[in-house]
Design a protein around this ligand. Structure first.
Ligand SMILES: Nc1ncnc2c1ncn2[C@@H]1O[C@H](COP(=O)(O)OP(=O)(O)OP(=O)(O)O)[C@@H](O)[C@H]1O
Ligand SMILES: [Mg+2]
Length: 266
C-alpha cells in the first residue's frame, strides 16, 4: 500500500482495508487510514458515512469483518476496548461519560482508583495526580472540589481528555468534541488539542464543523457510504473542495483518492 503521508516516520496507527457489515449494509467498506505522532486527522462525511463505525473498530467497540490494524508498524489484535487501551488508544465520546456528582479527580480515576496500603481510597494521591495532569492540559482549571456537573462544557471536556491521557494514551479518538459547545469553549478544546499535539499524541477527530477541522487538523479523510473518498493535508485543499468530497464524493487534485472517490465521467 502507498503510504498516505510522505514521511519516514512510522505511523502511530494504521487501519488497512477495514470492512464491516451490519445485516446487508457495508457500514465501512475497505477503508484505510493512518495517523502520525503529533498529528490531528479529521474524519469527515455525512450522517451514516461510517465515521463512528470505523473509529469504533479502532477502539475495540466493534469487531471488523476484515482488514488489519497496525500500531507503531506492528499488526495488533484489537477485539475489545481493553485491548485498545492496552495499545494506548483512548476514546472520548460525545457524551463524555463523566460521573456528574463527583469531582474531577474522582472522574479521572473512575474504575481505576488509587488505594492506600490500608485498602481505602487514596484521595490525596488522586487529587495530586489530577492537579498534575490538569495543570498540563488546562492550567487555568482550579475547580477541583466541584462536582463535574457544575463545570462548563469546555471544563468537562478537559476532564474527559485528562482521564484519557492520564493512562498514557498515545492515540486519542474524539467523536464530535465540540458539537455541544459554544464558540469560547470550542476555542478551549482547540487549545487542548494543540497541547496534546505538542506532546506527540495523535488524534482522530470526527467533526461536522469544517471550520473547526481546518483550524485543528493536519489532514482530512472524507468518507461516503462507508468508503474513503480521499485523504488530504488541510494545506493542500480548500474548504470548498472538502465540501465537494463530502457531498459529491469528488476527489480534488490535492487529495489522495480512496476507493470511494467518484469515478471520472466517461
Ligand atoms: N450497531 C449497528 N447496527 C446496525 N447498523 C449500524 C450500527 N452502527 C452503525 N450502523 C450503520 O452503519 C452506517 C454508518 O454509521 P455511522 O454511525 O458509522 O455513521 P457516521 O458517519 O458516524 O454518522 P454520524 O455523522 O451520523 O455520526 C449507517 O448506515 C448506520 O445505520
Ligand atoms: Mg457518528
Amino acid at each position: 500500500m502507498v503510504p498516505l503521508a510522505p514521511t519516514t516516520e512510522v505511523p502511530l496507527v494504521e487501519m488497512r482495508d477495514i470492512s464491516i457489515a451490519f445485516g446487508g449494509i457495508r457500514a465501512v467498506d475497505d477503508a484505510s487510514i493512518d495517523l502520525y505522532p503529533g498529528e490531528v486527522v479529521a474524519l469527515l462525511g455525512h450522517n451514516g458515512a461510517g465515521k463512528s463505525t470505523l473509529i469504533k473498530i479502532l477502539s475495540g467497540a466493534y469487531k471488523r469483518d476484515s482488514g488489519a490494524i497496525l500500531v507503531n508498524g506492528a499488526e495488533v489484535a484489537i477485539n475489545s476496548p481493553r485491548d485498545a487501551k492496552q495499545y494506548g488508544i483512548e476514546t472520548i465520546y460525545q457524551t463524555l461519560a463523566l460521573a456528574d456528582n463527583v469531582d474531577a479527580a474522582a472522574n479521572l480515576f473512575l474504575g481505576r482508583e488509587l488505594m492506600t496500603s490500608w485498602g481505602t481510597l487514596d484521595d490525596v494521591a488522586m487529587e495530586a495526580e489530577a492537579r498534575k495532569v490538569m495543570g498540563r492540559l488546562n492550567p487555568r482549571f482550579q475547580r477541583f472540589k466541584d462536582p463535574v456537573a457544575r463545570l462548563s462544557g469546555g471544563q468537562r471536556q478537559s476532564v474527559a481528555i485528562a482521564r484519557a491521557i492520564l493512562f498514557n494514551a498515545r492515540i486519542l479518538i474524539m467523536d464530535e468534541p465540540t458539537a455541544a459547545l459554544g464558540p469560547q469553549e470550542t476555542a478551549q478544546v482547540g487549545e487542548l488539542v494543540k497541547q496534546l499535539k505538542s506532546e506527540g499524541i495523535g488524534i482522530f477527530l470526527i467533526s461536522h464543523d469544517i471550520h473547526d477541522v481546518f483550524d485543528l487538523a493536519d489532514r482530512v479523510c472524507v468518507m461516503k457510504n462507508g468508503q474513503v473518498v480521499g485523504t488530504a493535508k488541510t494545506t493542500d485543499v480548500t474548504q470548498d473542495e472538502v465540501l465537494g468530497m463530502i457531498i459529491l464524493g469528488k476527489c480534488p487534485p490535492g487529495a489522495i483518492p480512496g476507493p470511494g472517490a467518484m469515478k471520472a465521467a466517461a
